[in-house]
Unconditional design. Structure first.
Lengths: 182, 260
């Protein structure tokens, strides 16, 4: 009514582009920061950034666009509040070994994993792998979209996803075996 | 656990891409042929399928709290600056009530412009919730009548508010009656219509002194419901339903036509 037309339009675009994907945004922020409370702060800050940048959104996936902003906001937040979480631990060789050596857990064992074990296993992943898993498994992005959101080459996305799942298999196999022995 | 087979990393990547539906048809067929003959690949396929099952059980999309939804929906809303890390509710009804009192005293246009709240400042979640209450209630209406001359006085008597109540039976929207619901801690009138087998909630949020500037309704969707909001004389309206967008727009056009 009394607002400038441009403000009205921006608000409308914000409501259409951002509001439908808040659960996806919160899921990514929660797994990057490590908890839901910090995740909410990151999502709110990302939403404000999205609002100010709303005119730059053209076509394509609104979800991927928003998640790119959420990811950048989360990494800024981590640099400021949890610098240790960003220590580079993604030595490719180590993780390839982790996946391809040692006994492979049986599928039946993995399928029995409970919620707690699954969440612990995800939380234990180095952040470079954790973000790929969350973008794929919760946010359901395609490989191409994950590459766009993270700024990684497609091939890196594919190998990281493969390694991340290998690590989860390892951890879940171990966790379930331990439970069985106890 | 004597599985000593070591899968080549590139085969693992291929298998993951296969399971994620990211391969073209020819490569997919190739992987499927190999799965029939390669025991190691087949075992890894089973493990990845089992992992998918475990993740489906243990990993969920986060639920967005009403509080967060309200805070974010308020971003860009007028007459309020969204602050980062603000843990307060996004829309302050007490503040609005104060400005309404002020408006009552000073009817100047300027005062009105400063105090004008609008429906877009209310969390869409709260408005959709009103519709969900109607769907969940044993009876969607508090006053049951297809006669607008019954429904309108009922609101007058119960809320001291007189929202426009429109009879749209000829257009396929049958008035079922009215109910009172809460939005942001405040009682608001809701008109309930039936369209085919669907309910349509028309929420009227009082905005004393507001005029209809004829601005187009704003559409948003949430939880599978479509909502159209617009500002009219004395009320901001939200129409919520799970009917096709075109039908809801038709409904809104008819309501606005009558309201003029």
């Amino acid at each position: 009514m009394t607002r400038q037309p441009a403000d009205n339009l921006n608000k409308q675009r914000f409501d259409e582009i951002v509001l439908p994907h808040l659960a996806d945004a919160l899921s990514l922020a929660r797994w990057l920061t490590g908890n839901a409370v910090d995740g909410e702060d990151v999502v709110q800050e990302a939403a404000i950034r999205a609002y100010t940048a709303i005119a730059t959104f053209r076509d394509g996936s609104a979800k991927a666009w928003l998640l790119t902003i959420v990811r950048n906001t989360a990494f800024s937040w981590l640099r400021k509040n949890r610098p240790k979480a960003l220590l580079v631990t993604d030595d490719a060789a180590i993780f390839e070994q982790a996946q391809y050596d040692g006994p492979s857990p049986e599928a039946a064992l993995i399928a029995k994993a409970d919620t707690r074990s699954v969440q612990d296993a995800i939380a234990a992943l180095p952040i470079a792998y954790r973000e790929i898993i969350v973008l794929r498994e919760i946010d359901e992005l395609s490989y191409r979209e994950i590459a766009d959101v993270t700024g990684l080459p497609l091939g890196t996305v594919m190998s990281r996803l493969s390694r991340a799942r290998g690590l989860l298999l390892e951890r879940l196999g171990g966790a379930v075996r331990k439970q069985g022995a106890a | 656990m004597a599985d000593t087979y070591i899968l080549a990393p590139e085969d693992a990547v291929l298998l993951n891409a296969y399971l994620d539906g990211e391969l073209d048809r020819a490569t997919r067929a190739q992987v499927e042929r190999r799965l029939g003959t390669d025991a190691g690949l087949c075992a890894e396929h089973e493990r990845l399928m089992a992992l998918r099952q475990a993740l489906a059980v243990g990993l969920h999309k986060e639920a967005v709290s009403d509080r967060l939804q309200t805070r974010i929906a308020a971003i860009g809303a007028p007459a309020r600056t969204a602050r980062p890390m603000d843990r307060e509710r996004g829309f302050n009804w007490r503040q609005m009530a104060a400005t309404v009192v002020l408006t009552a005293g000073l009817s100047s246009l300027l005062t009105w412009q400063l105090s004008a709240p609008d429906v877009s400042a209310i969390a869409p979640a709260a408005l959709v919730a009103v519709h969900q209450h109607a769907l969940l209630a044993a009876n969607p209406v508090d006053v049951q009548s297809t006669d607008r001359h019954v429904v309108k006085p009922w609101f007058d008597a119960h809320l001291a508010l007189s929202p426009p109540v429109v009879d749209l039976a000829a257009d396929g929207f049958v008035l079922l009656g009215g109910r009172i619901d809460g939005v942001g801690g405040r009682s608001v009138p809701v008109m309930i219509y039936r369209h085919r087998e669907h309910l349509v909630s028309l929420v009227a949020v009082p905005v004393p002194g507001a005029r209809d500037a004829g601005a187009a309704a704003i559409r948003m969707t949430r939880d599978g419901f479509t909502m159209l909001t617009w500002a009219a004389a004395d009320f901001d309206f939200a129409a919520v339903a799970d009917i096709p967008n075109a039908e809801l727009e038709f409904f809104v056009a008819k309501v606005r036509q009558f309201d003029k």
